[in-house]
Design a protein around this ligand. Structure first.
Ligand SMILES: Nc1nc2c(ncn2[C@@H]2O[C@H](COP(=O)(O)OP(=O)(O)OP(=O)(O)O)[C@@H](O)[C@H]2O)c(=O)[nH]1
Ligand SMILES: [Mg+2]
Length: 354
């Protein structure tokens, strides 16, 4: 037949290839049509298209990497900030796995004492009274906590934080969304009740990925469309990691969240959600930008003032330390497993110390 393209063929003999199997890599000039013809010809000759992630899967099954490393490849591809990408690379290179393996080694040391006590109950010595056991267990508990804290940071970098903008109509929620995202995604007008649909923007603030959600202003309304908007707003509020409640500074002489938003505290008494009051439009009220108290920040969406304080506040409320050095990507599954291990080790320590 006729030539499809001119290119390079690279042969990676197993077992030192990425997947551990022998691989032939064909490199062409690219472009949809040429590439498609090349793939078609390969399929005609007996090849098939790889499933998504199949190369990583094969590498995993051939012991070229463990599961945490294979997952990190997906995290790297999906990374939404430079920091998230760096931490994914660290996991991919096995940093997370190495820390876990150290914990497993420590766990085995502890098991040796316990199993000796079970296997040789008639011995004079009580293995469980050995001082080394308590020392080992305490060390293990401390190390587990450290890895868990790091993994939590890694998970934040991977998933980002869901931040919902809530408040009365006209408080400036959509203006804030636009100012943070640096575009005019949301319609802003001086008419209260402008926003009805839920709007989402993904941004990074100080390396922290945020899913910012703009919602309809909360009020009772006879308008059916607005009612639906308010219903959707409450749904987003319920699922938020962090709620920013905006209030108009010119109408709010005494900024107190409980007075400004009693419905929330009636609906969720004893809520552990993070709620912050943003006093907006300070360019009109004359407040100075920044923290007023631990959960109140003065800002102006119009002038973009007070944003540094807002960024810092979001980072500290979720315990993000703002630097990704030594971090690795982690998933909810990893956090749950580490948390369970930590609880079990604490139980062990308590029973031992009686
Ligand atoms: N001076 C000043 N005006 C602002 C500021 N933020 C918002 N506004 C104005 O306030 C009005 C309402 O702003 P929006 O962003 O639409 O308010 P919203 O909270 O989204 O309102 P709804 O969608 O109706 O709930 C607009 O006229 C904005 O230009 C601010 O920081 N300073
Ligand atoms: Mg709006």
């Amino acid at each position: 037949g006729d030539a499809i393209d001119e290119g390079v063929a690279l042969y990676f003999p197993g077992p030192s290839s990425f997947t551990g199997e022998s691989i032939l890599e064909l490199q062409g000039h690219g472009g949809m049509v040429v590439l498609d013809r090349l793939v078609q010809r390969c399929v005609e000759l007996g090849a098939r298209l790889a499933r998504p992630g199949e190369f990583s899967e094969r590498a995993f099954f051939n012991d070229k990497m463990d599961l945490a490393q294979a997952e990190a490849i997906a995290d790297l591809i999906d990374a939404s900030s430079v920091e998230a990408a760096r931490s994914a690379v660290r996991s991919m290179q096995g940093e997370f796995s190495r820390l876990i393996n150290v914990l497993v080694e420590q766990m085995i040391q502890v098991r040796i004492f316990v199993e000796a006590a079970i296997d040789f109950p008639e011995e004079e010595i009580d293995f469980l009274q050995d001082k080394a056991l308590v020392v080992n267990l305490d060390q293990l508990a401390a190390d587990l906590e450290k890895v868990l804290a790091q993994a939590q940071q890694g998970a934040i970098l991977r998933d980002g934080l869901t931040v919902v903008l809530a408040g009365r109509p006209n408080a400036g929620k959509s203006s804030l969304l636009n100012a943070l995202a640096g575009n005019n995604a949301a319609i802003v007008t001086s008419v209260p009740g402008t926003t009805r649909d839920v709007l989402r923007e993904r941004i990074t603030l100080g390396g922290l990925p945020l899913n910012i959600i703009d919602t309809a202003g909360l009020r009772d309304s006879d308008n059916e469309i607005e009612q639906e908007g308010v219903r959707r707003a409450w749904k987003e509020i319920a699922g938020a990691d962090q709620i920013l409640f905006l209030a108009d500074a010119t109408e709010t002489p005494n900024p107190n969240l409980k007075d400004l938003w009693p419905e929330y505290f009636q609906l969720y008494p004893g809520s552990t959600q993070a709620v912050t009051l943003l006093l907006n439009k300070i360019d009109l009220s004359g407040h100075s930008p920044g923290m007023i108290d631990a959960t109140t920040i003065a800002i102006s969406a119009k002038d973009k003032s007070g944003f540094d304080a807002l960024g810092l506040h979001l980072q500290t409320t979720i315990g993000y330390l703002g630097h990704a050095e030594g971090l690795f990507s982690a998933r909810r599954r990893h956090l749950v497993a580490l948390q369970n291990a930590s609880t079990l080790v604490q139980n062990g320590i308590q029973q031992l110390k009686g």
